[in-house]
Design a protein around this ligand. Structure first.
Ligand SMILES: [Zn+2]
Length: 281
């Protein structure tokens, strides 16, 4: 009996050992990259998100512990442009296989904008790049990665179709306070993103800023003044008081907070609902 139990324990350990070892170790920079990796990889990957929830990705710098974790990984997936720390990491870890998921997608009206994941169309291209990288790093599971990717691309295509309905609406102006992260989305669906230049997400709004925003809201008869979860809603609330417009969230989905932890798809559906309310006749 004891021999049998030992044998059983050994078999279980070997199965467990092989299964954990088989998982691809992935480090993903920001929330949307981690989300895409988790969805494409499923149980076959172990994804470490570098920028913690609730942290502003534009200001993030990896700690020595984070850098050590990156060195343990088999793949580093990052968006590009927004992660100012990546180049120094790649220089110190020349053998680390890395994927810049936003590469060649940043250009918009002659300028570069890192927030490509906010566009469902561009997100599909990022997901495809990540899928190809996982298949290259772990060809034995090509079938599983391909199946996960196909399913997710179908979900993103459906999301794209729902956003595309916005184009038929006559009023398509919206105002986002903190930082203009929606240019790619606005371009894809022919929306007009109104912003007041020079507004810093963190700085106290000046009286001049306030006036400019109030004038923009009133001139365009906007119902909502959108703000994002990782920055102060102060300006939006002040303007709401002055104009009667409502302060509401439009999420650039570059990072989630503990209170607003949801999937990329769910957050985008909330963004779509917010824009539909603004554009409603
Ligand atoms: Zn941003």
């Amino acid at each position: 009996m004891q021999k049998f139990l030992c044998l059983l324990a050994t078999i279980c350990f070997l199965c467990w050992g092989t299964n954990v070892q088989a998982q691809l170790k992935v480090v993903a920079s920001i929330f949307p990259m981690a989300e895409f990796c988790r969805t494409v990889g499923g149980d076959l990957v172990q994804v470490k998100q570098m920028v913690p929830d609730g942290t502003e990705p534009h200001d993030y710098e990896p700690s020595p512990k984070d850098l050590a974790e990156i060195n343990q990984a088999q793949i580093l997936v990052y968006n590009g442009l927004i992660e100012t720390w990546v180049q120094s990491v790649l220089q110190t870890s020349p053998n680390l296989y890395s994927v810049e998921a936003g590469k060649s997608l940043f250009l918009i009206d002659g300028k570069t904008d890192p927030h490509v994941w906010i566009s469902p169309k561009l997100a599909m291209q990022q997901v495809t790049k990540i899928s190809k990288a996982f298949i290259k790093a772990d060809p034995a599971h090509k079938q599983e990665y391909t199946a996960n990717t196909q399913k997710y691309l179908a979900d993103l295509a459906q999301l794209d179709k729902e956003f595309a309905q916005l184009q038929h609406l006559s009023n398509r102006h919206f105002f986002a306070t903190n930082h203009s992260a929606f240019a790619h989305l606005a371009k894809d669906y022919n929306l007009t993103m109104l912003a007041v230049m020079g507004l810093s997400p963190e700085a106290e709004p000046t009286p001049g800023d306030l006036q400019k925003v109030i004038q923009t809201i009133q001139k365009n008869n906007l119902r909502y003044i959108f703000f994002e979860t990782l920055a102060s809603p102060k300006l939006a609330e002040l303007v709401a008081q002055e104009t009667g417009a409502q302060a509401a969230v439009l999420d650039p989905i570059e990072g989630v907070t503990a209170e607003r932890k949801a999937s990329y798809l769910d957050l985008q559906k909330q963004n779509l609902a917010a824009l539909q309310k603004e554009f409603a006749q």
